[in-house]
Design a protein around this ligand. Structure first.
Ligand code: HEM
Length: 160
């Protein structure tokens, strides 16, 4: 007999619209972040129709900032939702933990990079290099691991 809809347990942590929002955000964060390096103009990707904005520094810069606000809100929401509501019924997987840690480094280094960009900030040159390397390194590791998890269907959490 089919179970009523409300009692069906789902293994997905995010509802489909939230997941779509998260993946879209990730794409725009990646594009706007790498756009600041800047690689899209150099490798003629920005010459493709519709992708010219990737070569405009301030466009990618403000998209990255706006995306960062949304990303921080989403991460905070998911963390509180897990701790308050889902902790007892779900367990974070190994790949879930690694992604949490990498994302933590991305977010913390990102916040410090925003502080670095403020006029009047006087962070040391060594610390700034460390921030740049840790932001880029953790972003690359997170995106590659996310791709691996997407292909091999590794979930952030499993049901207890
Ligand atoms: C998954 C999310 C994110 C991705 C994929 C991403 C990606 C990137 C990449 C590839 C760069 C260029 C690195 C470089 O120039 O060496 C960058 C720079 C930067 N990111 Fe992110 N980032 C993410 C999240 C964040 C967050 C949450 C913040 C802020 C809270 C942030 C703030 C910055 C800042 C300030 C820069 C430097 C921009 C500049 O050159 O002035 N990022 N990001």
């Amino acid at each position: 007999m089919r179970q009523p809809q409300a009692t069906v347990k789902t293994a997905a942590l995010m509802a489909p619209p939230m997941r779509a929002f998260y993946l879209t955000l990730l794409v725009f964060m990646g594009l706007s972040g790498f756009g600041q390096m800047p690689i899209f103009k150099r490798y003629y990707i920005a010459d493709l129709p519709g992708l010219g904005w990737l070569a405009q520094f301030y466009t990618t810069h403000y998209i990255h900032y706006l995306g960062a606000i949304l990303f921080l809100v989403l991460a905070a929401y998911m963390a509180v939702d897990y701790v308050v509501l889902k902790r007892r019924s779900r367990k974070i997987t190994i790949t879930g933990w690694i992604r949490c840690i990498l994302l933590g480094v991305v977010l913390v280094s990102g916040v410090f990079l925003v502080i670095r960009n403020l006029s009047g900030s006087n962070l040391s040159a060594t610390f700034i290099i460390l921030l740049d390397l840790s932001h880029l390194g953790s972003v690359m590791a997170f995106l590659l691991l996310s791709l691996y998890c997407l292909i091999f269907r590794k979930k952030w959490t499993t049901l207890n």
